[in-house]
Design a protein around this ligand. Sequence first.
Ligand SMILES: [Zn+2]
Ligand SMILES: [Zn+2]
Length: 194
Amino acid sequence: MSVEEYWVGERSDSAGLWLYDQRIQHDDPAKIYAFDFRSRSMREYPRELARDKLQVVTDGRRDDVVAAYREWFKLNGDKFVELEREKRRQAEEQEHARLEREEKRRATEKELRQRIEQQRRDDLPRRHRAYLERHGFADRGVICVEDAKHRTTQCWYCGGHLDSTQFVACTSCRWLICYCGACGCGYSRDRAGR
Ligand SMILES: [Zn+2]
Ligand SMILES: [Zn+2]
């Protein structure tokens, strides 16, 4: 016979008797399972209720409660533990599935953002060419600028946000090319004309 760690207590408010079996733990640390002598059933209680309202019973009533509990356990103990385990397993499974969905959603969002960003970058040479044509400059193509230092600035032409991580600049003026297609070429001309 295994060691049975029973703890029998009396509720100070209702004089009900409870038995606590250490082998049957609640997975929520704020709760406990306790055997209610009056209803001969295992129930769930807040842990602090057990702590605040129970007084240890060591007299003959303890034997009655333990006997009733053993009877209950013989019939329901294994099933109860099994059901609780199953409940816990299902909850864990649901949580796992939720996390997986969340991770997938985030990955999809990231991929979409990257794809949009890539499309905008791929489009830069074409936009740049159109810009140069509009302003009468020769298109000498684009160069990659892999600045060690990350810097941001504003497009003089459209006011858009420019970021050195765009890595593409105009071969002629070496300015970063904005998503609008503008580089520094038009800017130099304007200044020279002043
Ligand atoms: Zn721009
Ligand atoms: Zn340029």
